[in-house]
Design a protein around this ligand. Structure first.
Ligand code: GLU
Length: 379
């Protein structure tokens, strides 16, 4: 689906709903939730499968716990998320129930998504819910995720979920009309960008900060759209307050900002490696190996490895970095553990068996389990 006219063909869509859309003066607005639920029901009636990613737990918790504003400390944010998530889901259940739709809650952490087995398990659960006619509602498990292990914002989470369920469209609803060429809150002449063919660093640098209640500003929205484009999935950023916005977007109306999918996109596993996997260590590789993996589509052999950092097992994700200057070149799944690599690095693959007593494979990182960064920082 390379243009808006083709959006009518969408079968499975992930819709992300920002806190500012469903909270009115720091309180969950039942009216706004119902209006959105109505639209979701319309999509379902058209035969579309819908997965929601809903923010609003922290915002709802702020009021519920009687705090004067969104807290800054992690522990208070977690307390708010924990209290607010109940209100959020109760409100969604009520709103969707008005239109005879059932919902289910799925709370994820970055750790869940970085473990390939749990990642695939989450997908199976979501897809079977969708098959049962239920609307899965995903949020980050803020209550248990510590800062360094957080996805951090629901734009990024939404893009991961869209890839996870192999959605053919991601709609990011917010309280702005889309991406503007400058900050519309500061510049009255700011113009809406209706179509983006490629997200580059300049565009990311220009994207603004977030408002008072949510965490994701335009930066995370644009980055999420750019990442999904690399997965071959189109995205829209649009104003969730506009009447019948979901249906109108699917009908191809020129509202919001449309991000075209990239023509040369990553396969599902590569996307997961680039954006969800959390490397447990680093392999330093010489210039010849770097050239082979980056430019010639080759696997990484033990002979090209000059050093390593971290303690990891076979099957873990590791970063590949240039031994020369530490530049990160990509991420891959290693066939050997760190103690094993210490013994075989610098050697020809034919010696693996005699050194280790067995050989799982000639490659330390096979090409099929490797993603190369293409200049844009991915983590
Ligand atoms: N998970 C957070 C919440 O439910 C929202 C994060 C975000 O808005 O990006 O409040």
């Amino acid at each position: 689906m390379n243009n808006r006219a083709e959006l009518k063909k969408a079968r499975r869509v992930v819709v992300k709903i920002g806190s500012s859309l469903i909270c009115d003066q720091e309180r969950l607005s039942q009216g706004r939730l119902r209006a959105l639920a109505n639209q979701i029901a319309q999509l379902r009636n058209r035969g579309l499968e819908v997965v929601l990613v809903s923010s609003g737990a922290v915002a709802a918790g702020v009021r519920k716990l009687g705090l004067p504003q969104r807290p800054q400390t992690l522990i208070l944010k977690q307390a708010c998320a924990s209290a607010g998530q109940v209100s959020l889901m109760t409100s969604w259940e009520k709103a969707l129930g008005t239109f005879n739709l059932k919902c289910a809650q799925i709370l994820l952490t970055a750790d869940d998504l970085s473990d390939r087995r749990r990642f695939l398990n989450a997908r199976n659960t979501m897809l079977s819910l969708v098959d049962l006619g239920v609307v899965p509602i995903v949020n980050e498990n803020d209550t248990i995720a510590v800062e360094e292990l957080k996805v951090g914002d629901n734009d990024t989470l939404g893009a991961l979920v869209a890839s996870l369920v192999e959605a053919d469209l991601f709609i990011n609803l917010t309280d702005l009309d889309g991406l503007f060429d400058s900050d519309p809150r500061l510049n009255q002449d700011a113009k809406l960008v209706t179509e983006v063919s490629e997200v580059d660093q300049k565009m990311l640098d220009a994207a603004g900060d977030s408002g008072p209640m949510g965490t994701g500003g335009m930066f995370t929205k644009v980055r999420a759209a750019g990442r999904l484009a690399e997965r071959g999935v189109p995205s829209l950023i649009a104003n969730g307050q506009a009447r019948d916005i979901l249906e109108r977007l699917i009908n191809g109306e020129e509202l919001g900002t449309f991000f075209q999918p990239s023509k040369k996109h990553r396969r599902a596993k590569q996307y997961w490696l680039a954006f969800a996997a959390r490397p447990k260590g680093r392999l330093l590789i010489d210039q010849g190996a770097a050239e082979a993996v980056v430019n010639r589509g080759k696997s990484l052999l033990p002979g090209g490895i000059t050093g390593l950092d971290g303690l990891f097992d076979a099957g873990d994700a590791v970063t590949l970095a240039a031994a020369q200057d530490g530049t990160e070149l990509g991420v891959g799944l290693t066939n050997y553990s760190s103690p094993e690599i210490e013994k075989i690095m610098g050697l020809s693959s034919v010696l693996i068996e005699s050194v280790l007593g067995c050989s799982h494979s000639d490659e330390v990182v096979h090409r099929n389990n490797l993603v190369i960064f293409n200049g844009q920082q991915t983590k």
